[in-house]
Design a protein around this ligand. Structure first.
Ligand SMILES: Cc1cc2nc3c(=O)[nH]c(=O)nc-3n(C[C@H](O)[C@H](O)[C@H](O)COP(=O)(O)OP(=O)(O)OC[C@H]3O[C@@H](n4cnc5c(N)ncnc54)[C@H](O)[C@@H]3O)c2cc1C
Length: 481
């Protein structure tokens, strides 16, 4: 690449990548990298945007650096596009991590009341739905992102989109320079050239359609800031930006990572027959367990898929499943298709149906009670060989087996769906090396963290966004001091 230094905008310079580290070492060069920002927020997700707002409200000159073409893409995907942004039942017991007490301070400092007040002042009226879930009254995630962006604009927070931070260094140049952070950034630039684009068809070429060709090239530059907030998220849903790059950035400063694993994610079953019933939904109860112990249960709509199972209760249980899989344990899921009936009531109900129509084939006797596609599978699972037998010929032991499947149908969990299907990351940067009262690194002064990058995650239902807001608030206000 040709050696050149270009000005890309305030405080940023395009350099050939190979030159960047050399330039840092040369004391004559740093004047190029004028300290333009008090705070650079790396990652324009929920936590980064709130951190930027609070840092700017304290008077700091703030830049948000975002690798995607716009900030807050994940916010738009939350709550099925409605943004379940908090929960009435906010409590530390809804959060997880190796050292979960770490989250207490931020959740108290920027609690539910402060969160609702913050958003209300920005324009977000709210409504509470089932299980205490809080949504914007507009029922639009876009409105949450819009008000955050309006506020950033009001506070003159700069947004640098399509810019990925690839490396961060810190240099103590002289006694006049307090040791700013130098953020190596990469952006893709495009230029338009004449000629045929690669996908031009032969016909188009024959017609002489000499279209313009768009060429992409990488541009490298440096942003300098007195303090940085790492809010790059975890590894869940990488299509929405969070690709785990923040872990490598933090590791260069000595920070350790608790092994991340996907949570709020669908589960894979060992039993291959689930493929036959993929798409079948039912309202029921799911329990996750290991050995003889039930670890957690949840009710709601459950969906069989070709790999296993999905639905809100399953997503909620997935953390427990992930924890066990991390320990090389063998978790299981038990499904109850009739949580409102006891085993005895279930048995009575089946007997009553058989008595009503005792000459009907057995499988037909379950039509109207359970999804038709489940009937042969359930009867086979109950070890009933002739599922078309005349109903009155059924034995008591066979009724008991059917009840057992309907009420305690057990499946072996062999994994979760991959990162691209996960909503949240469990694990992440070890919080032992971070001050819970400021979110500042204990290893490097001026380095702050916020959001899902940290080894803190919450239940499904608004808790993860609440963690993003609360940790963002603490990091932003502390970094601006
Ligand atoms: C589909 C879906 C639905 C969800 N629904 C809900 C819900 O309803 N309620 C709830 O509470 N939670 C929900 N969550 C979880 C919640 O969205 C996240 O926990 C939260 O957004 C995390 O915020 P964050 O700022 O820590 O990280 P992210 O939102 O992941 O933001 C990190 C940002 O950093 C950028 N970035 C990463 N690396 C770099 C780099 N090197 N340089 C520059 N930029 C970088 C990324 O592009 C990204 O924009 C959902 C998640 C998903 C995926």
């Amino acid at each position: 690449m040709k050696e050149q230094i270009l000005e890309c905008g305030k405080g940023t310079f395009c350099l050939p990548h190979s030159a960047i580290s050399d330039q840092f070492e040369k004391s004559s060069i740093p004047s190029l990298f004028e300290s333009k920002y008090d705070v650079a927020v790396v990652g324009g997700g929920a936590s980064g945007l709130v951190a930027a707002i609070f840092a700017a409200r304290e008077g700091a000159k703030v830049v948000v650096i975002e690798r995607l073409n716009r900030v807050g893409k994940k916010i738009l995907a939350t709550g099925n596009g409605r943004c379940n942004f908090s929960n009435l039942n906010l409590d530390i017991t809804r959060f997880y991590g190796e050292n979960v007490k770490f989250a207490e301070n931020a959740l108290e400092k920027f609690d539910l009341e402060k969160t609702l007040d913050f958003f209300e002042r920005l324009g977000i009226a709210h409504q509470v739905e089932d299980l205490g879930k809080i949504f914007p009254k507009s029922e639009q995630a876009t409105s949450v992102l819009d008000v955050l962006r309006y506020e950033m604009e009001r506070l003159n927070v700069e947004e640098r989109c399509n810019v990925a931070v690839t490396k961060i260094t810190r240099k103590l140049h002289s006694k006049h320079d307090k040791g700013a952070f130098l953020l190596s950034c990469e952006t893709r630039t495009t230029s338009v050239r004449g000629g045929y684009p690669e996908r031009t068809s032969r016909v188009e070429r024959a017609q002489g359609n000499n279209r313009e060709r768009v060429e992409a090239s990488l541009c490298h530059f440096v942003i300098r800031a007195a303090k940085i907030i790492l809010s790059t998220g975890g590894k869940a849903s990488p299509n929405l930006g969070s690709n785990g790059s923040g872990y490598s950035l933090a590791k260069t400063f000595g920070h350790k990572t608790i092994l991340p694993f996907p949570v709020i994610v669908q589960l894979n079953f060992k039993e291959r027959f689930v493929k036959q019933i993929k798409g079948v939904k039912f309202k029921g109860k799911a329990s996750i367990g290991v050995d003889d112990q039930i670890l957690r249960a949840d009710e709601g709509e459950i969906l069989f898929t070709d790999y296993g199972i999905s639905g809100p209760p399953i997503l909620q249980l997935s953390r427990k499943a992930g924890e066990q899989l991390q320990k090389n344990k063998q978790p299981w899921v038990e499904l109850d298709l009739f949580p409102d009936l006891s085993n005895l009531d279930m048995e009575k109900l089946i007997m009553k149906r058989i008595a009503f129509q005792e000459n009907k084939p057995l499988d037909c006797n379950f039509v109207g009670l359970i999804n038709k596609r489940l009937i042969p599978v359930i009867l086979k699972e109950a070890k009933i060989k002739n599922i078309n037998m005349i109903s009155r010929k059924i034995k008591d032991s066979q009724i008991n087996s059917i009840v057992k499947i309907l009420k305690q149908w057990r499946f072996e969990v062999i994994g979760t769906q991959p990162w691209k299907s996960a909503q949240v990351t469990a694990g992440g940067i070890d919080v032992k090396d971070i001050n819970p009262f400021t979110m500042e690194s204990k290893l490097v002064k001026g380095l702050f963290f916020a959001g899902e990058i940290l080894d803190i995650d919450g239940d499904c239902g608004g808790f993860n966004l609440q963690w993003a807001w609360s940790s963002g608030y603490v990091a932003g206000t502390s970094a601006s001091k």
